[in-house]
Design a protein around this ligand. Structure first.
Ligand SMILES: [Zn+2]
Ligand SMILES: [Zn+2]
Length: 262
């Protein structure tokens, strides 16, 4: 799998047009997989992909984790829909739909495909499973993590969410899932305590989570471990020294434009 990170920042990252992003700044969350799938559609992700020489008409499927504005911008979804060679598949949890405010005209340009907890679908040469995340967006919305499976690769996308929900953890263990790569929410730094415990991870939380996943075999030693959804000012930002702590955990810290292949 080839991952291209189009935006790696948490809420507070730049929700401004592409032209105003300075080097080193983080855009909001978005990532492409094998050029055909995009996960989350933040404001700048289409423009940045184009700037990097990606062909947006190659994208056939978009997966949304939840409706927060640092992950979803209707305008970006419509940019991909307009560029697509055929109607683009737009996947999200069924409870997210009311919070996306899509018009009838928008719905004519996309195939809206909804998913339920633990539902497994096949598209773009992949098997994709939606797992409930420990995160809150719309009042009745269930944010999701995804498992993307292709050939022998098994990727976990876990932004946003703090820890793992018990049913998600049990699903992984009962089904004997062994990841070849995991992307984990790494919003908050090395803080002994933080109010975001129920929705985002701090580094001490990641330490426990990674140890538990390694101990149970869900995360084998050779798996690629990625720290993403990095906290930025004005919220609890990761500090430069925190990057070293994540590296000590065996994690690669993302930056905008990073490509990871496994
Ligand atoms: Zn977020
Ligand atoms: Zn969120």
């Amino acid at each position: 799998m080839r991952l291209l990170f189009l935006g790696t920042g948490a809420a507070g990252a730049k929700k401004i047009p592409e032209s105003e992003i300075k080097p080193g700044q983080r855009r909001c969350a978005s990532m492409s997989i094998d050029r055909t799938v995009v996960v989350d559609v933040a404001l700048q992700s289409f423009d940045f992909a184009t700037k990097l020489g990606e062909d947006p008409s190659a994208v056939t499927d978009i997966f949304l984790s939840h409706s927060h504005p640092d992950h979803f911008q209707r305008s970006t979804l419509l940019q991909y829909a307009a560029a697509a060679k055929q109607r683009i598949n737009f996947w999200c949890h069924e409870t997210a739909v009311p919070y996306l405010h899509l018009t009838e005209e928008d719905l004519e340009q996309i195939n809206l495909c909804t998913m339920k907890n633990m539902q497994k679908i096949q598209t773009a040469g992949m098997t994709v499973t939606a797992l409930p995340a420990n995160h809150v967006a719309g009042p009745d919305e269930q944010p999701v993590h995804y498992i993307f499976e292709k050939d022998d690769q098994v990727l976990f996308y876990g932004c946003d969410g703090g820890w793992l929900r018990c049913d998600t953890w049990q699903y992984m263990r009962k089904n004997g899932i062994v990841f070849t790569a995991m992307i984990l929410d790494s919003t908050v730094g090395e803080l002994p305590g933080n109010f975001r415990i129920g929705e985002h991870n701090t580094i001490p939380m990641l330490r426990l989570l990674v140890a538990a996943m390694r101990e149970s075999g869900v995360l084998p030693p050779k798996a690629t471990l990625i720290a993403n959804h990095i906290g930025v000012p004005p919220y609890d930002a990761l500090k430069k020294g925190d990057y070293g702590l994540l590296t000590e955990l065996g994690m690669t810290v993302t930056h905008d434009g990073l490509v990871i292949e496994f």
